[in-house]
Each structure stands twice: as structure tokens, then as C-alpha cells.
Ligand binder design. Structure first.
Ligand SMILES: Cc1cc2nc3c(=O)[nH]c(=O)nc-3n(C[C@H](O)[C@H](O)[C@H](O)COP(=O)(O)O)c2cc1C
Length: 220
């Protein structure tokens, strides 16, 4: 293991209960009527928080699409400031959502089959681990934990914040819930900033694992 790599005890994703699996399958059928039955594309939500790597999302989104995912980008209200929403909407064909919809409005995105959070800020990591839902992104992430969806997160914050005891506890909590946490403390920038070593390659590898877990959970 690389020095400084946080590798919380690997726990398997919680296997969804049979009725959840049924519900997921039903959603796949009812919500994708426009998708040919022979080519169902699983839906990946990419949640972007307010940190600089969010502006590198198009490359990862393109990779996920090549892997067969229908990608939707969700940003936190701060995350919106760090990315090019119009470019991502062109790329994905879906609006970049960041706010809860009005109660009467219909859902504009297909439901997620898996979610990755990249970059995941100190703020959102800590709130997620507490079950706080004060942004759309957190609401979706908290629901996803309850549904047992495959989840991965790439926390990205400066080194002093990453050493905060609450952050370390939050990471451990998320890992205990089955969230795949991709974090190498030795690669985080110092407080003064530094070279960008965001682990996109590690996330690409994890995406294949999310797909494997999703397919296993949908087996009868
Ligand atoms: C230029 C700039 C860079 C930032 N970079 C980071 C970062 O790398 N990691 C982080 O956790 N917060 C970073 N922040 C602070 C977050 O944007 C801030 O905590 C915000 O409340 C996060 O909200 P969110 O978690 O809802 O996205 C940065 C802020 C600014 C203005």
C-alpha cells in the first residue's frame, strides 16, 4: 500500500434487498421506454463539488460514456462555479442540476444506477457522513446509500483539512457504508496549493468495479 493511502477496511457494497432490486429493475423498464431493450445503458450520476478538479470532468465523462454509461452531472451550488455546465450538458445530453426542483416539476433526469462523487469536498464529505441533505447532491447521495446503490467518492481537499479528525472519521463512515473511497493523503495539495494530482485514473478503475457490482445486484 502506498504511504499515506487511506485504505479503510474494504467492505463489500451492501447487497440490495430483493425488493430493492425488483424496484431498480422496474425503474429501468419504466423510465427508459425510449431506450431499445437490447441496449440498456446504466445511468451514472457524477456529483461535482466546489473544488478545482471539477473543471476536468469532461474527460472523465467521455470515458464513462465510452464504457457504456448514460452520464448525468449533478453539481453542488458551489460546484457549479468550478465547471462548464453548458459544455457538460452538450456532452451528456442532460441538464446539469444543482438545486432541488420545485415540488410540481417533473424529474428531468433518469434515476441513477450508480454514483461517483468527484471531486468530493471536505464540506460535502462531512455532511454526507452525517446524513445532511441541504443540497440536491447530498439528498441524492443520502438516498443512494439507503437504496444500496454502488457509490464511489474521491475526496479532494488540502492536506491540513484532510488531517482534521472529523474528515478522517467521515471517510471511515462512508467506507463502512460501502462507499469506495479513493484517497491518497500523500497526493493532496498543501494549504498553499500545489500541482494537481487528482486521481482520475483510480476513479476510472473503480468505475469498472461499480459496473460489476451493479450487474451482480441485478442478477435474478
Ligand atoms: C478557489 C477555491 C478552491 C477551493 N478548493 C477546494 C478544494 O480543493 N477542496 C475543498 O474541500 N474545498 C475547496 N474550496 C472550498 C469549497 O468550495 C467550499 O468549502 C464550499 O463550501 C464547498 O461546497 P460544496 O461541498 O457544497 O461543494 C475551494 C474554494 C475556492 C474558492
Amino acid at each position: 500500500m502506498a504511504r499515506g493511502l487511506i485504505e479503510p477496511e474494504r467492505v463489500p457494497y451492501p447487497r440490495p434487498r430483493a425488493d430493492w432490486v425488483r424496484m431498480l429493475v422496474d425503474r429501468r423498464i419504466s423510465d427508459r421506454s425510449s431506450v431499445p431493450a437490447t441496449q440498456p445503458r446504466p445511468v451514472l450520476y457524477v456529483v461535482a463539488c466546489g473544488a478545482p478538479p471539477a473543471d476536468q470532468l469532461p474527460s472523465f465523462v467521455g470515458f464513462a460514456q465510452e464504457q457504456g454509461w448514460d452520464v448525468c452531472v449533478i453539481a453542488t451550488p458551489y460546484g457549479v462555479k468550478f465547471l462548464d455546465a453548458a459544455a457538460l450538458e452538450d456532452l451528456t445530453g442532460h441538464p446539469v442540476r444543482s438545486e432541488y426542483k420545485d415540488p410540481a416539476e417533473p424529474d428531468v433526469l433518469p434515476p441513477a444506477d450508480a454514483i461517483v462523487v468527484a471531486p468530493a469536498t471536505f464540506n460535502t464529505v462531512n455532511k454526507w457522513a452525517q446524513g445532511i441533505s441541504d443540497t440536491l447532491a447530498l439528498g441524492l447521495l443520502n438516498e443512494a446509500v439507503g437504496l444500496g446503490l454502488p457509490l464511489a467518492a474521491v475526496p479532494w481537499t488540502n492536506a491540513p483539512l484532510a488531517a482534521h479528525p472529523v474528515f478522517l472519521r467521515s471517510i471511515t463512515v462512508l467506507a463502512e457504508w460501502g462507499v469506495r473511497v479513493i484517497l491518497d493523503l500523500a497526493q493532496l495539495p498543501p494549504a498553499t496549493g500545489g500541482p494537481d494530482a487528482f486521481p482520475w485514473d483510480g476513479l476510472r478503475v473503480e468505475l469498472a468495479e461499480l459496473r460489476r457490482v451493479l450487474e451482480a445486484s441485478l442478477e435474478p
